[in-house]
Write a protein that binds this ligand. Structure first.
Ligand code: ADE
Length: 225
């Protein structure tokens, strides 16, 4: 999977890219995370990415030209418009609080269907609405407003990358986890010490009896909210 992230704050992604599992996945060439500065697609000497809205109103909007130039530069398909990538394996995603909410189901879909995800991180008060003609879908991280799409892009990269073969060492844990997520199930887990400030781990979990442990877990499953 190749990720292309278009942002005006590329350095936000420095440690995100260079730590832990995502770093290993890049070293193993299972994924590529390319972060692009939107200012690189401006034509003026001040590298202007925003402007005032027509008709007036508070705040500034991200301009259409640099956004479209950036999409065209990274979309693997030689399409004139990003929307012409339909049926191909690239997906152009606009991150916005008014988009469809990102879920685990969506993460699985992205991971299975595409080999390139392009994210446009909005900022300021928003963007020129014509951008919607050049993207494949609008996605929101959740029903709240962030300062921009960067945190949403990170969440989607992480949630999808860990579903790709080889990214997570322990495949069994991924299987168990997705089963639990799909069925909306969670059971409590514990590690050492056996007693912490008087709180004891159930003795069943210490028996090594897999059948009994499975029964205990089934009984203690809690529906996640
Ligand atoms: N930009 C601002 N808020 C957002 C959200 N909730 N999801 C995605 N992008 C955003």
């Amino acid at each position: 999977m190749r990720y292309d992230i278009i942002t005006i704050f590329p350095s936000f992604f420095d440690s995100f890219k260079n730590e832990s599992l995502l770093k290993k996945a890049q070293d193993k060439k299972l994924i590529r995370i390319n972060v692009h500065n939107l200012r690189d697609w401006t034509a003026d000497k001040h590298k202007t990415v925003d402007d005032k809205p027509y008709g007036g109103g508070a705040g500034m909007l991200l301009k259409i030209e640099p956004l479209v130039k950036a999409i065209r530069a990274f979309c693997k398909s030689p399409a004139h418009k990003a929307s012409a990538t339909k049926g191909k394996k690239s997906r152009v995603i606009l991150l916005t609080p008014s988009g469809k909410q990102f879920t685990q189901k969506k993460a699985v879909q992205f991971a299975k269907k595409y080999d390139q995800l392009i994210f446009i991180c909005g900022r300021y008060e928003g963007f020129d609405a014509r951008i919607k003609k050049y993207i494949d879908e609008e996605v929101s991280l959740g029903p709240y407003v962030l300062n921009g799409g960067e945190v949403a892009a990170m969440a989607i990269v992480e949630a999808t990358a860990r579903l790709l073969r080889g990214v997570i060492g322990n495949v069994k844990s991924l299987k168990e986890e997705s089963y639990a997520t799909e069925k909306n199930l969670e059971y409590p887990q514990y590690t050492r010490p056996e007693i912490f400030e008087g709180h004891k781990v159930s003795s069943v979990l210490l028996t090594g009896d897999h059948k009994k442990i499975a029964e205990w877990r089934k009984k203690h499953v809690k529906k996640s909210k």
